[in-house]
Design a protein around this ligand. Sequence first.
Ligand code: HGY
Ligand code: MN
Ligand code: MN
Length: 430
Amino acid sequence: MTRDSDVSFLEDFHAVAQIGATPAHGVDRQAATAADRETREWFRAFAEQRGWETRVDSIGNQFALVELVPGAPYVLLGSHLDSQPLGGRFDGAYGVIAGLHAAERIAARAVSATAGPVYNVAVVNWFNEEGGRFAPSIMGSSVFAGIKNEQEMLEVRDLSGISVREALAGIGYLGTDERPVVSAYAEIHIEQGRILEREGLTIGAVDRSWYTQKLDIEVLGEQSHTGATAMADRHDALLGAAKVIAKVHEVTDLFEPETLVSSVGQLTLEPNSPIVVARRVHLIADLRADDAATVLAARDQLLADVTEIADAYGLTINARDFDVRDNQHYPESGLALAEAAAAELGLGSRRIRTMAGHDSVAMNRIVPTVMLFVPSVDGVSHCEREFTRDEDMVEGVAMLAEVGWRLAHGALQAEDAGLSGTSATAAAHA
Ligand code: HGY
Ligand code: MN
Ligand code: MN
């Protein structure tokens, strides 16, 4: 039986999925593009129709604030509306729209509750979680959490040389508003893996994130004529890059299957002419494992491989660690809260690791954080084929509303997570 509120959520979700929609049912809404602006306008309209205050901070994070207890800190719910190029319509967007609907249900419940909330509720659309256009990913929430320097992030440029600052100003979302003081954070997201689907469960309570890092690699050769240059005289940066890319894949064979994942997803080539041996290739390798030591061992092996390739082909190859993210452990009390909420709603749940990064990875550093998953069909993500069933999505909204209700009643305190206090306290100490 689908409740009216579920119908309303599904209508909103499928409406947003039309913004930046691609012919194969994905979305292309990269950070601070026109499509990103359109989803931000949708977010703002949703809040304003309900009389909620909206804010935009100085790194483009967008907030909707629901005041239940004047002057109190906010339980923050949310995720991100930006997508990968030709990405999926569920990644991030599900969590933002679920957050808006959960906040609406919490506000309605507070009206008639005997024991009212002690905290307010807010919903966030984080800027540039995906990092496809502007690296690193998880940018807006990392600045909010004091992990990344705001000015540095505003100066990051995309491949066409446009800075974050220029792009945000260009869509009218380089804000100046004060950030809300946050007491706790909860995020619901598609799993982007196969475990919940395989086990027939609706909810994942995330206990830990994988250790991840990027290797920023520059391969330098010498430009020359592809027809007139002797093979012995060539310093072919693209050949070297091809060897590096193969090594980034092959290094996973040195470890137990599926314990290390790695790929190169982005490459730029100069001068990129069919008659010219390449002078320069820039590429980014993504390395992840549950065990930090595995990533570090793979990284060391790759640095040795890179040196060998440089020597063998007469190249210079520079490799730099980038976007290193330590394992994040979510608080035990938050996991117990999620499991109790799932049980109350009659939803099957289990604890689960996240291999993908999320804004909750940043927020867990400053406030008690609950990270939840709903199933992904076939585990596919960052792809137009990404899919989650309506029935799983609506169960997830009910789950987020229940978790948010408990958080708004103070169910998780900073000390539960070994933290000092609200986000204001943490930022003051950052
Ligand atoms: O970095 C990540 O894993 C996320 O998809 N942005
Ligand atoms: Mn995401
Ligand atoms: Mn993603």
